[in-house]
Design a protein around this ligand. Structure first.
Ligand SMILES: *Cc1c(COP(=O)(O)O)cnc(C)c1O
Length: 396
């Protein structure tokens, strides 16, 4: 596709061609510009839409107590961190949040990263390199795959949740250090990894397990402590990564692990070392967010009720919801063009649901990724169900 001589003689021509071909295959991506806060009702180009797209599962992204905490944090710590953590950017607000996260997750230590993408890159490259081996579920988040490539370790990917294949790969590996990496809740499918069996394999073959709980933290388990609490599991072998921009409603990410792992990350994780610390007021607000998560059992109960209702609402549709008990409820349609058509028809009815296409999901499994938030109401979910049924009738 990218031909050198072309790009020298006609700058941009090859890019234009590439972009056109994406458009022809219904793969072109456009952004929406929100004029309102993230919420079940958002404003785009002056029109209000009912939205089922965000990862704001607990409805905290626009919570008044968090807005107040941000203002208070800014008054106390200012706006910018001004430096990286290892220079002079590590503030007391960061430190308090790390301590609160470690204690919430019952780990000895936690370390903040700017984003989940950077946390995954940092952990994987700090713990594995040439001569090491990484084993990854094929449906893992892109950041885990990119991290593995960046590490130069040998990467083996196993079919989604196929632990028999993983076991064969682990048994065959002679690598010095083995790292298994997996989403805990798969971001485009909503299903949950069978953690007890996965951990058992890691123990048998002496591998570390990096668990990416971007979609489980705050949502699953007692007090929203995530996938580990959901399975009532803890192990020094598990390196836990949680993000703070989804259920926690703010921004950022963290890794919880044993003391020696956290120290390794501080010394060696380049995505930790070579970047400016996040604004301390975010950490200040996240302390409040942790309280809302822990005390918000009603939000998780409401999510479970709405999820059940959505499944009922979708029962008579020709498209099937993937089996998922999390607020990620993907309605699989297959063809890219079909998903775009349904997504567009919903939009005309004032409803936003993101069409997810390859390469984010495998070829032929394009889907509407419906996500629920505890700030949705019963009526919202019924409105979505009615709209989908109507679109299905009109398309025949
Ligand atoms: C969103 C997400 C990330 C990245 O987290 P950010 O903080 O948004 O960079 C990593 N892993 C999974 C599974 C995710 O869904």
């Amino acid at each position: 596709m990218l031909n050198d001589s072309d790009s020298i003689h006609q700058p941009g021509e090859d890019l234009r061609e590439y972009l056109r071909s994406r458009e022809n295959r219904s793969l072109y991506r456009y952004r929406l510009t929100l004029e309102s806060p993230q919420a079940p009702r958002v404003t785009v180009s002056g029109r209000e839409y009912l939205a089922f797209c965000s990862n704001d599962y607990l409805g905290l992204a626009n919570h008044p107590e968090l807005i107040a905490a941000v203002c208070e944090g800014a008054r106390q710590y200012g706006v910018g961190a001004g430096a990286s953590h290892l220079v002079s950017g590590h503030s007391r607000a960061h430190h308090l949040l790390e301590e609160a996260l470690a204690s919430f997750l019952r780990y000895p230590r936690a370390l903040l990263f700017s984003t989940g993408y950077m946390a995954n890159t940092g952990v994987v490259t700090a713990l594995s390199g040439r001569g090491d081996a990484i084993f990854a579920d094929k449906l893992n988040h892109a950041s885990l795959n990119d991290a593995a490539l960046l590490s130069h370790a040998r990467l083996s990917r196993y079919p989604h949740l196929d632990l028999a294949v993983l076991e064969r790969q682990l048994a065959a590996s002679r690598a010095r250090r083995k790292l298994v990496v997996s989403d805990a809740v798969f971001s485009m499918d909503g299903d949950i990894v069978p953690l007890p069996s996965l951990l058992e394999l890691c123990e048998r073959y002496n591998a570390w397990l990096l668990l990416d709980d971007a979609h489980g933290f705050g949502v699953l388990g007692d007090q929203g402590r995530g996938s580990l609490a959901h399975f009532n599991i803890s192990s020094p072998r598990i390196i836990y990564m949680g993000t703070l921009g989804k259920a926690a409603g703010v921004f950022g990410a963290f890794v919880a692990a044993q003391e020696k792992i956290i120290e390794m990350l501080i010394q060696c994780a380049r995505s930790y070392i070579y970047t400016t610390a996040t604004p301390p007021f975010l950490s200040h607000a996240l302390l409040k967010s942790l309280e809302l998560i822990a005390g918000g059992a009603w939000r998780r109960e409401k999510l479970a009720r709405l999820t059940k209702l959505l499944k009922q609402e979708c029962r008579s549709l020709p498209w099937k919801l993937l089996p998922s008990d999390t607020p990620i409820q993907p309605l699989v349609m297959g063809e890219n063009a079909k998903v775009l058509r349904v997504s567009e028809a919903l939009r005309q009815k004032g409803i936003l649901v993101t069409a997810i296409r390859p390469p984010t999901v495998p070829e032929g499994t394009a889907r509407l990724r419906i996500t629920l938030s505890s700030s949705h109401d019963t009526e919202d979910v019924m409105e979505l169900g009615a709209a989908l049924r109507e679109i299905d009738r009109d398309m025949e």
